[in-house]
Design a protein around this ligand. Sequence first.
Ligand code: ADE
Length: 424
Amino acid sequence: MTTTLQFKYDVKDISLAAQGKQRIEWAGREMPVLRQIQDRFAAEKPLAGIRISACCHVTTETAHLAIALKAGGADAVLIASNPLSTQDDVAASLVADYGIPVFALRGEDSATYHRHVETALDHRPNIIIDDGSDVVATLVKERQAQLSDIIGTTEETTTGIVRLRAMFKDGVLSFPAMNVNDADTKHFFDNRYGTGQSTLDGIIRATNVLLAGKTVVVAGYGWCGKGTAMRAKGMGANVVVTEIDPVRAIEAVMDGFRVMPMAKAAQVGDLFITVTGNKHVIRREHFEAMKDGAMVCNSGHFDIEIDLESLGAMASEVKQVRNFTQQYMLTSGKSVIVLGEGRLVNLAAAEGHPSAVMDMSFANQAMACEYLVKNRGSLEPGLHSIPVEVDKEIARLKLVAMGIEVDSLTPEQEIYINSWTVGT
Ligand code: ADE
């Protein structure tokens, strides 16, 4: 940890700031909605005096969220939500050019990650912006005395929402949590088009393999799975989907994919992508059934979907064959290739979702913080949807920025659509 510039921070190399600033500015070209919110925040200061601890992937896009929060008057600190996703140049620039304390080092070990979670809580946040809910879980488990400082939290991952629901069910979530993930302007675009494109981007950067003609197994057909399957199909892959939910399984079939259990898919797949949010979706019995040289990777939030411990136990040697690409030489004589150490391949081997979708996700995050402050003291504990007017306004601003016009209802249609008396 270093203290210059009047505040503490922990980044890999502050001299990377100039490169980081250039990349942050580039991302800003595709983030017009967040930019408008930033400009309004700068004028209105809706977050004046509010301490915010954000635990996000430290990327060029997150930089714009942090800058917008600061413009709104917040006293914000940023930590990494994943050890492999930090862009060290961005972390350096946020500190040196934008005066935002960042605690994030690409490749940080688990102890450092947890130390940074503690640092986020030492900031005594009023609002926690969480990605995966580790900061909130630590607060609830270890920092009860700080609960009185909390106005609320915002969460943008499916994984984090599942954990918050479990906390609420167990009676330990005593403050409001804004469900950013479920906003239409978040999951329709970020989870689907963002994960879809960036996952394939990560796989291609890591391996340079041709997807056309490959059998790609996508585990999970939520929004991230839908986007990943759609984009893999677009690249010419034969896509197989595995699911546990019967409705989603039918959806995948009707979208044109083969659906089967992982035990069968393991035998036919060339490349496996997990996006379920659950644990050990690919495990020993599946590795045993795989073809020689099969590749596995994960785009779900945590690195629990692929049982790497079992794979390690099956291997006599692990070779680093390219950046982000490890070949496990199995005692059976076959090999399995793991990308990005089983962590989010789109952030480990590429740069995460493109700025144009993060624009809407982070517009939701910024507006959710403002909403929490405006409604301080009046929101019940538990999960809250992003108000529909906010969601629609973000979509409207995005359309304007994209130069796309849409129709509006005529007075006659307005009456018709709101009435029940006119039938056939
Ligand atoms: N999650 C996925 N992609 C991201 C990005 N580019 N920035 C921040 N969080 C992300």
